[in-house]
Write a protein of this length. Sequence first.
Length: 385
Amino acid sequence: MAFDGQPGAGVTVTPVRTRAELDRFIRVPMRLNAGDPNWISPLISERQQALSAKANPFFEHAQVQMWLAVRDGRDVGRISAQIDALAPVDPTRSIGHFGMIAAEDDPAVFAALFAAAEAWLKERGCDVAQGPFNLSVNEEVGLLVDGFDTPPMVLMGHDAPYTGQRVEEQGYAKAKDMFAYISNLVNDLPDGVLRRVKRGPPEGVILRKLDMKRFEAEVHTLTDIANDAWSDNWGYTPSTPAETRHLAKSLKAVIDPDLVWFADIDGEDAGFIVALPNVNEAIADLDGKLLPFGWAKLLWRLKVARVKSLRVPLMGVRRKFSRTLRGQVLPFHLTNAAADQARAKGYHSIELSWILEDNLPMKNICERVGGRAYKTYRIYEKALK
């Protein structure tokens, strides 16, 4: 698919069809951001798995197309478009998603990429484009629009500062913002929260660590709670059993059971928190490669030297408990349990992300445990005419 004249003069946009083209697609942002000291190249092998229809069960319920923008024989940008059959249905409009946007700082390149993605979505009946989703709401979400001065945590994105402006030039406007909160683990929780949790959990509430001997069953329980807890959240799409199994396989090597906690209320699984070691610290100098010595460095840093930061990507309480007194205190007890273990292991900081701008209960929890919003990620949307 070539776009001649304005916009996009001299830019050819071609669908990604082969493994070699997918490899080029993965490497585009690595080249674009090579001079950014806060950019961390993802592991190429992990990206190949995540973007493979054979490996990622997201493709079982979604249509996905990726494109490369090429000019003068050089890859100058990329974009994807997705239609997820499990995404929430809006009776007033048909929403498709774009994602993976990365391009040189050139309006013509952005125009050509979005023209391709929007045409693909319109051909399939979509009248609204929304994104970026990389690839779904349960993976990397949003474009970084504030907080470029620090590296991203594990499973979070980092974009060139000009990208937001270039997206907006294509007619996109803010749909929703999400925040990442950072908290210092060297100090204990704030006094008000600490007094509450030191009294111990309420009667009938039991906290327990992840049981690695029952790992798959534990991940199933976690997913079941999450699908219930987040079902009313903006844009939330439930995880399928296949995606649960994929999640268990991909995270098992980096999960520390001391940092994953469940809460039971009267014998029923009621809530959980997952804190992941910030793998990005360990891979920052690997340039996306695990061979020949990357695996050894990664394992050493994760298991022996240890990274110093964590991210909480997952925390939830079942809806039936969330409005009860016992349910409302669960996030504080779960956070305290994970934070105590993290401090004992030498971690210094923890990120809680991402949090919707209008999710006031979660924003309140993040702030009450000492967090401050330090990064903003934005979802854009545009009506397709």
